[in-house]
Design a protein around this ligand. Structure first.
Ligand code: C2E
Ligand code: CA
Ligand code: CA
Length: 644
């Protein structure tokens, strides 16, 4: 065997090793269920077979002139090589189409057209033994290329060009990793093909294609970073990148979000946190309904399913089937756990227009009052509203659309001004006036509450610095705090720093904390309260009696004032039971030597009730609604003129 033949065989064997490695890894990892995986595997198998054909031909070339058997082997090797290898470019084009997220199912006819050149190529190969258009052997069995081969190269080039075009077309839809991988494959493969085209003796085609495909495997086919290993479905990162691809390439689809709404009871029912185990069960169940590569696990207990195209019936069927399954309990060990589910179905790009819209559907808190557990169409308007409010908050911080309103508080005994509560408002150019009940929880969830509360705090500091509150004998101005914010590591230091930068009397600031959350982490919170109280700041417990009553927090946190919620006052007026709750609350708080403020005083009768009970302070519409700073200043200065 000549050294040239040997080097060719070594080259083919190396290529074979690479493509076989690719095949083994693909099969071992069972990456074979997606269309894209199948095409990838097909290309590797063809390359493998091609290597065998070429080795067979190379081994027999020298003896082909003298041995009919060797001649047959050479002919067979070349023929089978061309027959299979010529369809690789068209398979590759379809592979690229799938990777780019193109919608192939709806446009069958158009894609049938694309396969015509491939059939033409196959026909040339099949006819070659008779026509010799592609290649032929001379009397010494030496191989010669002829014009037909060039035609095949040109047509294959056409496929590659289409693939490149497709790639450029959906460039934005691809993430960086995919882009790099595909460019790499193109460069390596094209280089190898061109070298062999120029000099047939340098057989670089197969090895460069094999290396290129291996690169594609590393970057595209291996999806470890996209898969939730425990559940065997895609993860949050995958839905982000896939939604991006779908939205940029303008595909229509539906997103079905499956959310377990009672994960909190799992722990109670089973003693340990079985959310993960249950999620796995649910994932397994979902996989019986749709292929795994349409299922994403976005959060613990939340799944997203993509239904490609506009198949309303399928979406309805899927939503109903899932919802029905949840009517039966889920079994973990010996426990039968009843899970509650909310299924939301939204179409892309109709209702869901961006990746963040999609994630929002998965992340958003479940609406409070739910009559049904399948939401679709206009049921999901709350998601849109919520997204709009989210933008309004960010916009508000940038464009200074927030305003602090003040609502005065009075001493019940003699109706003199005691202080005020700072209450934030948002005037949005698009949504109009927004109230904190709506936007504060959203600001908390998107992590902007610090900025909002900080804004209020600075405004209040500035107001105090103006001297007007002190001049009007106000004791303090109340600032609402989100407990999320006071748990921040250097919250206390920050507050002290701001107050000192304004040079104000710290006793003029009274922070309100809602008791419901105050119970969540005492040690951190009590530390903050202690530090700040030592500096002179005051504290109030807000919304006392709203259902989360926790006596501990009154004991352990050193509040100056307890604010009894308006609901307690209002029910005291309505019936005897309510009256008892109010009476005993007041008595108990007084025994704890805390001052009492009652909110929501709207009538003289209510005020009289509080006076009889000996409540210290009152706040409510009877005196004033929350009003702008200007109106507030007018109110308190006029009042002073009247009284003095
Ligand atoms: P809150 O702290 O309990 O505030 C009292 C709420 O009751 C205010 O609603 C006030 O307008 C309303 N109110 C006062 N007197 C009466 C009355 O006589 N009748 C009736 N029907 N309502 C009365 P608002 O301003 O909409 O604030 C709602 C909630 O938003 C507040 O409840 C507070 O939890 C939160 N919030 C307001 N401003 C801020 C802020 O700057 N930061 C934070 N973190 N939360 C805030
Ligand atoms: Ca408050
Ligand atoms: Ca309150």
């Amino acid at each position: 065997m000549s050294s040239i033949t040997l080097s060719k065989i070594v080259m083919y064997a190396a290529s074979m090793l690479i493509s076989t490695t690719g095949i083994l890894f693909t099969l071992l990892n069972r990456r074979t269920d997606k269309q894209q995986n199948k095409l990838y595997l097909a290309m590797l198998v063809i390359l493998d077979l091609n290597c065998m054909s070429e080795i067979l031909a190379a081994c027999n070339t020298i003896r082909a002139a003298v041995s009919p058997v060797a001649a047959m082997a050479v002919r067979f090797g070349h023929f089978s090589y061309f027959l299979l290898h010529s369809i690789v470019p068209s398979i590759f084009l379809f592979y690229v189409l799938y990777v780019c997220g193109a919608n192939l199912s709806g446009k069958r006819k158009r894609y049938m057209l694309v396969t015509i050149p491939a059939f033409f190529i196959e026909a040339i190969v099949l006819l070659n033994p008779a026509t010799k258009w592609m290649y032929y052997y001379d009397r010494n069995m030496v191989y010669h290329r002829s014009w037909g081969l060039m035609v095949i190269y040109v047509l294959s080039g056409l496929y590659i060009a289409m693939a490149i075009f497709m790639l450029l077309f959906s460039w934005k839809a691809l993430n960086r990793k995919r882009r790099t991988a595909l460019i790499y494959f193109f460069t390596v493969a094209i280089l190898g093909i061109v070298v062999q085209l120029i000099n047939y003796e340098i057989r670089t085609e197969l090895i460069s294609e094999a290396i290129g495909l291996l690169g594609v495997m590393i970057a595209i086919e291996i999806e470890d970073d996209r898969i939730d290993a425990g559940m065997g479905v895609y993860n949050r990162r995958a839905i982000k990148s896939d939604m991006h691809t779908y939205i940029v390439s303008g595909r229509s689809l539906s997103l079905v979000c499956v959310k377990i709404t009672n994960t909190d009871m799992i722990k109670r029912a089973t003693g340990t946190d079985n959310t993960e185990a249950l999620s796995k069960l649910v994932a397994e169940y979902l996989r019986t309904l749709v292929p795994r590569y349409y299922i994403y696990s976005t959060n613990p207990g939340t799944f997203m399913i993509t239904v490609m195209g506009t198949d309303e019936d399928k979406v309805t069927w899927l939503s109903e089937t899932i919802s029905e399954r949840f009517e039966k309990p889920w079994k973990i060990g010996d426990n039968e756990i009843p899970l509650k589910v909310l299924v939301m179905a939204a179409d892309v790009p109709g209702r869901i227009r961006s990746v963040s819209d999609a994630l929002y559907m998965a992340d958003s808190p479940v609406p409070q009052k739910l009559e049904k557990n399948i939401l679709k169409g206009s049921d999901l308007d709350y998601l849109l509203r919520r997204a709009a409010v989210e933008s309004a908050i960010s916009r508000g911080l940038e464009q200074h659309n927030f305003e602090v309103f003040y609502q005065p508080t009075y001493r019940v005994s003699d109706n003199t001004l005691h202080g005020a509560e700072a209450l934030i408002r948002l005037h949005d150019p698009e949504l109009g006036n927004l109230f904190p009940d709506e936007f504060i929880p959203i600001a908390e969830q998107i992590g902007l509450i610090d900025d909002v509360d900080d804004y209020v705090f600075r405004e209040v500091c500035e107001f105090i610095k103006s001297g007007i509150p002190a001049l009007n004998l106000m004791e303090s101005i109340n600032v609402n705090l989100s407990v999320l914010q006071c748990m921040q590591p250097d919250f206390a230091e920050h507050v002290i720093e701001v107050a000192e930068s304004f040079g104000i009397d710290k006793t003029m600031i009274n922070f309100e904390i809602t008791e419901s959350i105050a119970a969540s982490d005492y040690s951190a919170l009590s530390r903050v309260v202690r530090i700040l109280k030592r500096q002179g700041f005051r504290f109030s417990m807000d919304d006392y009696g709203t259902g989360y009553s926790n006596m501990q927090s009154i004991f352990r946190l050193d509040f100056d004032i307890i604010k009894i919620d308006k609901s307690i006052l209002w029910s005291a007026e309505k019936g005897q039971m309510g009256q008892i709750v109010l009476d005993s609350s007041v008595r108990m708080i007084r025994q704890m030597r805390r001052k009492i403020l009652v909110e929501g005083v709207e009538t003289e009768h209510q005020l009289q009730m509080l006076r009889d009970l000996g409540v210290d302070y009152a706040q409510g519409y009877l005196y004033s609604k929350p009003i702008s700073k200007r109106d507030f200043i007018a109110l308190i200065t006029n009042a002073k003129h009247v009284t003095s």
